[in-house]
Design a protein around this ligand. Sequence first.
Ligand code: F3S
Length: 399
Amino acid sequence: MHLTPEQQAMLDGEMGFATRKAMEIITTLGKIYAAERLIPVSSVQIAGVSYANLGKAGLDFLDTMANGGGKARVLATLNPAGMDIENWQALGISREFAQKQLMVLNAFQRMGVVTTATCTPYLAGNLPRFGEHIAWAESSAVCFANSVIGARTNREGGPSALASALTGFTAAYGMHLENNRRPTIQVRIETPLEGTHAFGALGKAIGEQFEKDAQRHIPYITGIANASIEELKALSASIATYGGTAMFHIADITPESNRFPIPAEGFAIQAKDLQNAIEAMNDATKDEIDFISLGCPHLTIKEVAQIASMLEGKKVNKEFWITTSRPVKKIADTMGYTQVIEKAGAKFATDTCCVVAPIKGRFRAIATDSAKACYYAYAKNEFHTRLLPFEQVIEFAVE
Ligand code: F3S
């Protein structure tokens, strides 16, 4: 693999311990994937932030890198943490966990990583442009960046994303190479689609087909006339979760959809496929649902505004988490949405989410509009799940 003098100097340790370690990670990955060179990245999103996932070993690694002089060379932001950084007590997080989580955030901050703690960095100041090479972890954001924005990123892991932040480079393989962005299969949507829950169910229906074929396909999706940012983020999260997909094209909607030939081979998704996908996420009875969460991926301000308008003057009768980024929460504060939502008894779980927060054992069943949240609620926390349209989730909370 060709290295420039600057990259070689990093690898030789001339720019400090942490930069050397980071360059070792990047070049090792490059060798594994037969990259010919490294390319500069302009933006990084780092996952592996919740102390519930990192544990002591992860925190020690971050401390070592921070103490070893690690400094972000490009804009680098963070995935959600295991708690609301300002309001963790209200979410029932223990003091011991909070202390460890704050140490994790402190280590990132010392390395110059912007501690946004959101899985929608593109809504919180980290928005790449079309064609830009980036190194993002967080599968939903990766899929959104490749498919909706047209930026170029592989599905990085936490350490490799941090390594790109500390060096400013990634290895040129996978989704960074034009030819690897070609659609490989056509998916014809033959049923109307509306709402985040429907787009999430679509991601499950398509993704599971890929898992069945043991193929990491790039679908070329036809039959969708329009899709909002909220629906596209729901699809990105779900197709990445259920199918390991890093990118999709939607005819005439996503930026590269007209760039490549349309694959002839494919399959159709009909109303019954969507219905089956939804039913598979609905094993919770209404009576056992004791937890409600909206915001996987983190909510846009438009979604927060809708929640506020539907909760105005009402009272929620269950634990209800609204998960979003700190910048979106600040806008909600300014607009008075926070006051309305909190007066109704719902809680902002800013900087975190119902998947990365340590809540296993606290609830029996969750209602949400997110297919990705359903997957992890069951797989990680052993909750029963109910997938509902966004508005029906809110209506259910005040029933
Ligand atoms: Fe984001 Fe948590 Fe969902 S990180 S995509 S809200 S699982």
